[in-house]
Design a protein around this ligand. Structure first.
Ligand code: PBG
Length: 335
């Protein structure tokens, strides 16, 4: 773009198009709509259970009946999809609860699809919530220390994804960041005849301090070490593109960047480079920061939330995964 000056005043005066709300709306480049929103929900065994999370006002661990209430309310406001996480009663070294036929996510999926069939139900596929050590893969501990076994983990992930889909999930979203898991899941779903079920992969998922509050909700903080051997280094952008390329080759239908706001450059590059349906996950820490500052009257919570989501859209996100999805849908209606 090169602009030559014309005469004393520039011929092009951007302010001309900012004179009225109607004109501003006419030339607006990016829109926010409820149709783009996904609401994460946390399922836990029980009845009438609605356990609040201190660091995330408005977010709860929900028993399936309460989860249905929450999903119904969000859906009524125009949120088309939910992303389910499970908190099992028992954890072990094989993450049995993740692929148990009557696991908590499987139960929640069945209930949602029965009572609210139009709601798109996406399940997070990971093992950390179900492992006693809190890691996303199988851990081998010996004299050399503890390490994550990538390849043996793939079988468990594929089995988990398959059990979600067998329960009725419309889409699976692997968040574990093991290498090769998209292919492993795709192969297993195809083998079982679920060739039409899409995979939304957490393709560029960074090892991030912004996940702090989530680990309180999901009770999935690693008992030792951290996730830096499988999640990405915050310093790397080219690597994020390679991660996304791999997941696309392996069969991902939608690719995700996570976290969102601190990674808009990644989002932009992923969308520009691949042109695939792209999701941004505004994670727990992003939500908590806005809630906390808003509650203190330090920022306008609603305005900051909308501006942040719009920024994700501008950077290239088609899909916005946010704990504020229901509120945002309500705000969009009020507008
Ligand atoms: C599971 C998983 C995590 C998140 C989504 N799936 C936590 C983690 O990787 O430690 C984070 C979501 C959030 O912070 O809102 N692996």
């Amino acid at each position: 773009m090169s602009l030559q000056p014309v005469g004393q005043f520039p011929a092009y005066r951007p302010r001309r198009l900012r004179q009225s709300p109607v004109l501003r709306a006419l030339v607006r480049e990016t829109q926010l709509s409820a149709a783009q929103l996904v609401l994460p929900l946390f399922a836990r065994a029980g009845r009438k259970l609605r356990r609040p999370i201190a660091a995330m006002p408005g977010v709860f661990q929900l028993s399936p009946d309460e989860l249905l209430v929450e999903a119904t309310r969000a859906h009524g406001l125009g949120v088309p999809a939910v992303l389910l996480f499970g908190i099992p009663d028992r954890k072990d070294a094989k993450a049995s609860g993740a692929y148990a036929n009557n696991g908590i996510v499987q139960q929640a999926v069945r209930l949602l699809k029965k009572e609210l069939p139009e709601l798109l139900v996406i399940t997070d596929v990971c093992l950390c919530e179900y492992m006693e050590h809190g890691h996303c893969g199988i851990v081998l501990s010996d004299k050399a220390g503890a390490r994550i076994l990538n390849d043996p983990t793939l079988k468990l992930l594929a089995r988990t994804a398959a059990s979600h889909v067998q329960a009725g999930a419309d889409m699976v979203a692997p968040s574990d960041m093991m290498d090769g898991r998209v292919l492993a899941i795709r192969t297993e779903l195809d083998r079982l005849g679920f060739v039409e079920t899409p995979i939304m992969s957490y393709a560029a998922k960074f090892a991030s301090a912004f996940y702090g509050p989530f680990r309180e909700v999901a009770e999935s903080a690693p008992k030792f070490g951290d996730r830096r051997s499988y999640q990405m280094d915050a310093a790397n952008a080219s690597e994020a593109l390679r991660e996304v390329a791999l997941d696309i080759q392996e069969g991902a239908d939608i690719v995700m960047v996570k976290p969102a706001l601190a990674y808009l450059d990644i989002l932009y590059r992923v969308k520009t480079e691949f042109g695939y349906p792209t999701a941004a996950y505004a994670v727990s820490g992003e939500y908590s920061m806005v809630k906390a500052a808003g509650a203190n009257g330090w920022i306008d919570e609603r305005a900051v939330t909308m501006e942040s989501l719009l920024a994700m859209r501008r950077a290239g996100a088609d899909i916005l995964i946010t704990y504020a999805a229901a509120e945002v849908a309500r705000w969009l209606k009020e507008k």
